[in-house]
Design a binder for this molecule. Structure first.
Ligand code: URA
Length: 263
């Protein structure tokens, strides 16, 4: 086996030499001197499992459960300003990394009606305010038709508006269930601090966030309860822009909201 040892660092030459030896009749590989394998066993490298290992690093409980971190941050917020700061400082949701602004809320926090949308789009992300794009303008006109405005100082004539997600998802995709679950403690605290008389959920994401079920086209117009408040699910104004025929049902839903506020 001397030849192979001499040229061991040249893989191709070694292979060619081995082939030659096999051709010449070699049927086993041995070293130039005998080896006592019983002695070798005592010096053998320790198996991997015997290697000292560093103690396992305890998982960071905050990283392991972002919803728990959100829950404790939300619970500490005693005012809307504190809640806005808590959300802006929350770094565990990946969507924040791609957003320009944290979109918190708009409107009158004393309003009887809280509108819950889905997530900011491009214009909301740029401006840092919810529902300022085309869909938001339609929503403003719809609510104005029943006497509600986000700029009214009168709590009876005002609405307050926020979203399930304060950061724009890439490509305007829907927030996924894990992202929604992570941010729900903030949504719940937000609603508790505003303490509206009724909630209007526009679109599937907000319906899902508040009730755990989807199917806004079936649910719309049917009053239910969420977080201890009357909840009216409605189609999202972006859907109404794409499907103008559905405005008729949305109008019926607005009248139902108006009747509830009057009653
Ligand atoms: N759609 C939403 O659901 N929210 C916004 O803020 C804008 C568009």
């Amino acid at each position: 086996m001397g030849i192979a040892a001499e040229i061991a660092d040249d893989w191709h030459a070694a292979l060619a030499a081995l082939a030659w030896e096999v051709e010449a009749g070699a049927d086993e590989t041995i070293l130039d001197a005998p080896v006592n394998r019983y002695e070798l066993a005592a010096e053998a490298p320790k198996p991997l499992s015997a290697k000292p290992v560093s103690p396992p690093v305890a998982a960071d409980p905050v990283q392991a459960d972002p919803a728990a971190a959100a829950r404790s941050a939300a619970a500490r917020a005693q005012t809307l300003d504190a809640l806005r700061d808590a959300i802006s400082g929350f770094d565990l949701c990946e969507l924040k990394k791609g957003a320009r602004n944290t979109v918190f809320a708009d409107g009158n926090p004393k309003a009887r009606v809280l509108i819950l949308g889905e997530a900011p789009g491009a214009e909301e992300d740029r401006e840092g305010r919810p529902f300022v794009g085309r869909a938001g303008q339609l929503l403003d006109r719809m609510l104005a038709a029943i006497g509600l405005s986000r700029t009214s100082p009168d709590s009876e004539a005002a609405f307050y508006i926020t979203n399930v997600m304060p950061w724009r998802p890439p490509g305007n995709r829907d927030p996924d269930p894990a992202e929604i679950a992570m941010m729900m403690p903030f949504v719940e605290r937000h609603i508790a601090l505003v303490d509206p008389q009724v909630i209007v959920a526009v679109g599937n994401t907000s319906l899902f966030a508040l009730t755990g079920s989807k199917g806004i086209l079936r649910a719309r117009g049917n009053w239910t309860l969420a977080l201890g408040k009357p909840l009216l699910p409605m189609t999202h104004p972006a859907y109404l822009l794409r499907n103008p025929a559905a405005k008729r049902e949305a109008w019926a839903d607005l009248l139902s909201l108006q009747a509830r506020l009057r009653g």
